[in-house]
Design a protein. Structure first.
Length: 288
């Protein structure tokens, strides 16, 4: 299981760690090993009935760099579908447990890294110091010719300006942490602040004692409100198989809810990774 401890108030503090067989210089990556460890750890915490969950990263370099693209690319379609489902099931424990959860994002949160943070009720963002290189936040999948696979298409526009979120996601853009749109972080702390104490304060101020069926995301009740945002975003994004997939996922979420969006993300990602654009981009990414 992942390293975890209980604070005096009953909150469970879980630390995401790099795969010990693939240390990657201390970078946390959402590979199969980590997904299984997350599921095992959160499932075990059920018995202790924590008052809250804090998700943090043990890496000094990133919060989570995203999914293991090399591992994903090596899977056949059936295995990739299973991998994506296992990730969704593991992350769902963050909102299905009857207690609030909060992620401490202290460095880059990209792709699946941002998605797991958004599965939490709240996100505490740590701001860089004056000499730190700004770390980046976002869903870059479309820049590789694929699309998010763990709910990012419908969680991100529920937390920040919808048009802005959709444009960024459909273009695969990331932004420096100082430019993150209002709403993504529920609290921020300076680089030398006590992020753990801030997360504990947030949990105390936002109690929850019942399970949630899904994380904060856009759904059928938002269709009318977001019609113009979706239409404007679509006009502002050059059409491509990947960007078109994002808008399909969003439409699935607006008509069928979070699980429908997840299903469309899985179908789209599996299909997109066979396109010429994705093959070229994934090969270039692997060489780096």
């Amino acid at each position: 299981m992942l390293p975890h401890e209980h604070a005096a108030c009953g909150t469970a503090i879980v630390s995401l760690t790099p795969n010990p067989t693939k240390p990657r210089g201390g970078v946390v990556v959402l590979d199969s090993w980590l997904i299984d460890e997350i599921a095992m750890t959160l499932d075990a915490l059920k018995a202790s009935a924590p008052s809250g969950i804090i998700l943090r990263s043990s890496s000094e370099r990133v919060f989570v760099a995203g999914a293991d693209l090399a591992e994903i690319d090596a899977l056949n379609d059936t295995a990739l579908d299973s991998y994506l489902r296992r990730g969704s099931e593991a992350f769902s424990l963050l909102h299905s447990l009857p207690c609030p959860s909060v992620a401490i994002v202290h460095k880059a949160a990209l792709g699946g890294g941002l998605e797991i943070a958004m599965h939490c009720d709240g996100i505490v963002g740590v701001l860089p110091g004056p000499t730190d290189k700004p770390w980046r936040i976002g869903l870059p999948e479309c820049s590789l010719g694929i699309c998010p696979g763990w709910g990012g298409t419908v969680m991100y526009p529920a937390r920040v300006d919808a048009r802005e979120a959709l444009v960024q996601t459909a273009k695969g853009e990331t932004v420096p942490v100082q430019s993150v749109s209002a709403g993504l972080f529920d609290m921020t702390v300076p680089h030398d602040g006590d992020a753990l104490a801030a997360a504990l304060r947030w949990l105390i101020a936002h109690p929850r004692t019942t399970a949630r069926s899904h994380p904060k995301s856009i759904g059928s009740g938002d269709a009318t409100r977001l019609r113009d945002a979706v239409a404007t975003a679509r006009r502002d994004v050059p059409p491509s198989p990947a960007s078109d997939a994002v808008f399909r996922c969003v439409q699935s979420g607006l008509t069928g809810g979070f699980l429908a969006a997840l299903a469309e993300e899985r179908r789209s990602l599996i299909a997109l990774r066979h396109t010429d654009a994705a093959r070229a981009n994934l090969a270039q990414f692997a060489r780096k």
